[in-house]
Design a protein around this ligand. Structure first.
Ligand code: SF4
Length: 676
């Protein structure tokens, strides 16, 4: 049996595992990496099944081109030439900004870097984005503004020394199971735990305080806590004076958020808000952990600003056991952002609008580069629906299932003159494409991935890809060469060398240095040993900035026609649009069908019984799935996981966007439910 050490392809925790393959080159299973500093010899259910989809019979094995309405196999040259001809033709006739490139948080750093190079240097557009738009774009916008860096400030090892963990909007044991288990271990050790989540989740069973605030009321809750902290003099005065600015503005903005006012918005009792404030502020070292329950709102950026304000107010920054800890979803969503698969920045968050930076990349790539920031992916869908965007290349994403308001997304993709998709499976989005290119999956290629704690780690090749499938980096190099750009990299290690020369925070990264546990950025030079904790003596921007916020309700709340609030999320066994986990036999067996959680009181009102098929409708569409009656959800709310194409939660969700980050409001919309 051959063992190949690699990085788990699922969540952003960054566990390492060994892929086990036999002499015939087939994968037989996985084993945890005992000495790895993140996984420490453990894996979650998804990690243990990370091999299971790799050799699935539905893997794409040859390029496909649509002829007479049907996708038919062709050779690579034909497919690549067609993509180059069509995208080039659209750019020539309608301008480069009539194209959109969607990169992926599932592919490697090197592949994200190359795709943003293809968009900018190859086609002359900054229209490049990826699915961080749908998960942590609010984090990047807010934390860059308040701290100067949009990433998790601390490391996973900090759970071992913290005194209190405040989990808000993260079902950690389901989405990031091994981080969830670190939180539970911290509680066992004696750390206090506050959970703010309208649902009963596994962590809430172990919490000292469970706050079941109304979905969409987090700004009010956080501001109420901060007002109470100030009222009782529990703030960290030294930290505020030495390390922050704009405190007076914050203080003034908090005035309206009395416990009674906050109670009216959140549905919590005033004494719960006071208790949360005291618990949090009295801990010497407190970590705030959050995820998409915070970011996926039409006021997601304000939610993150409020979290940042709370950390600064209590001096919980730049020290072990503290910090602002946004848990990144996919295994390389941090890396895709770092590599500049975003419309306004090159790799390392260097702004495209800054002439000095643009000149640097222009010199390195040998072409002049566009200066206007491009479209966010959510705006690109709107532009496509309006006929303003004509061509799209999608790398390893499935927006038809993962974006809000599926009907609009489908119409937008169908309106395009040309759609090319690079993927490992014929996903729902790929079915709409004019050309599909078959890609190697994580187990069939080399590359690096950056985890939620900014840890850059190697992915390694264990077996050959199926049929004629190729690694994404090889495919993008072919497209770069067709645009007249030099792209003769021998492999991802050499692509990383180019990244390191252009990206200060990755300046010291090279493959030999990533051999074991990887390195945490910023790692500016080859002597630097990485940075486990950001903002130690000063914030990246200098002083931490208090950024006052006002409470804004969600864009759509329940009413007489649609009386229930829909909340969406993940389950522990499936991953995103399910293209990998639903093709993994054991995971699929665990959770096979779309379902909706409904409170017993609401179920009885609507005469719904356990496992009954129900129709759920919003202003955007209707889906059907099985009812699960449970008090995990409060009355007035239902919960649907978004993994299931046949009962797609995103048919229902609202594509109202945060005005700054462009993230849709996945977590709140109004629906009604009826037995079938
Ligand atoms: Fe993979 Fe995340 Fe599970 Fe670790 S916690 S094994 S990275 S899915």
């Amino acid at each position: 049996m051959k063992t190949t050490l690699t990085t788990c392809p699922y969540c952003g925790t960054g566990c390492n595992l060994y892929l086990l393959s036999d002499d015939s080159g087939r994968l037989n299973g996985v084993e945890p990496a005992g000495n790895h500093s993140v996984s420490r010899g453990q894996l979650c259910l998804k990690g243990w099944n990370a091999h299971a989809f790799v050799e699935h019979p539905e893997r794409l094995k040859a390029p496909l081109v649509r002829k007479d309405g049907k996708l038919q196999p062709v050779d690579w040259q034909t497919a690549l030439d067609l993509i180059d001809e069509k995208l080039g033709g659209i750019a020539a006739n309608h301008g480069p900004d009539s194209l959109m490139f969607l990169s992926s948080a599932k592919v490697s750093n090197e592949e994200n870097y190359l795709l943003m190079k293809l968009a900018r240097a190859g086609y002359g557009t900054n229209n490049i984005d990826h699915c961080a738009r749908l998960c942590h774009s609010s984090t990047v916008t807010a934390l860059v503004e308040t701290l100067g860096s949009g990433a998790m400030t601390n490391s996973l090892s900090c759970f071992e020394e913290t005194e209190l963990i405040f989990v808000i909007g993260s079902n950690t044991t389901e989405q990031h199971p091994l981080i969830g288990s670190r939180i539970l271990q911290a509680v066992q050790r004696g750390a206090e735990l506050i959970v703010a989540d309208s649902r009963k989740i596994r962590l809430s069973r172990h919490a000292d305080l469970h706050l079941r605030q109304q979905n969409g009321s987090d700004v009010a809750l956080l501001c109420g806590m901060m007002r109470q902290i100030l009222q009782e003099g529990l703030e960290d005065r030294d930290f505020i004076e030495l390390r922050t600015e704009n405190f007076a503005a914050l203080q003034a903005s908090l005035e309206p958020f009395t416990p009674e006012y906050v109670s009216g918005i959140t549905g919590l009792m005033p004494k719960q808000i006071i208790e949360a404030a005291r618990l949090f502020a009295n801990a010497d070292k407190a970590m705030i952990v959050y995820a998409m329950g915070i970011t996926q709102h039409s006021h997601g950026v304000d939610n993150v600003r409020a979290i940042s304000n709370l950390a600064l107010l209590t001096g919980n920054l730049g020290r072990p056991g503290s910090g602002i800890n946004p848990l990144r979803g996919q295994n390389n969503v941090q890396g895709a952002c770092d590599m500049g698969a975003l419309p306004d920045v090159y790799s390392g968050y260097q702004r495209v609008a800054e002439p000095r930076i643009r000149e640097k990349f222009s010199r390195a790539w040998g072409v002049s580069l566009p200066e206007t920031p491009g479209l966010m992916s959510t705006h690109a869908i709107e532009a496509a629906a309006a006929g303003k965007l004509r061509g799209m290349l999608i790398l390893g994403e499935n927006p038809l299932i993962s974006d809000a308001n599926q009907t609009q997304v489908q119409q937008a993709l169908e309106t395009l003159d040309f759609l090319a998709v690079i993927d490992i499976f014929p996903t729902e989005t790929a079915q709409l494409a004019d050309v599909i290119l078959p890609a190697a999956c994580y187990a069939e290629k080399e590359g690096s991935f950056t985890s939620t704690e900014r840890r850059i780690q190697r992915g390694r090749k264990a077996l050959e890809p199926p049929g004629s499938a190729q690694a994404d980096w090889q495919i993008i190099c072919e497209l770069l060469q067709r645009r007249g750009l030099k792209a003769d990299y021998p492999g991802p290690a050499e692509i990383m060398t180019e990244i390191a020369t252009l990206t200060p925070s990755y300046g010291g990264i090279s493959y030999p240095r990533l051999a074991t546990d990887g390195l945490q950025w910023p790692c500016p030079d080859s002597e630097h040993s990485g940075t486990p904790i950001l903002h130690r003596d000063r914030c990246t921007r200098g002083k931490g900035r208090f950024s006052p916020v006002v409470y804004r309700p969600p864009a759509e709340l329940p009413d007489a026609d649609y009386p229930l609030l829909l909340n969406t999320g993940r389950t522990g066994v499936h991953w995103h649009s399910g293209s990998m986990t639903r093709r993994s036999h054991l995971l699929d067996r665990e959770e096979r069908c779309a379902f909706v959680e409904i409170n017993p009181e609401d179920a009885s009102k609507d005469r719904i019984i356990e496992r009954q098929q129900v129709n759920i409708s919003s202003r955007r569409g209707t889906i059907r799935c099985a009812a699960r009656i449970t008090d995990k959800v409060p009355t007035g709310q239902i919960f649907i996981p978004f993994h299931f194409a046949e009962g797609a939660a995103n048919v229902l969700t609202n594509n109202a966007l945060d005005p700054e980050s462009g993230i849709p409001e996945f977590k709140v919309c109004a629906v009604r439910i009826a037995p079938c």
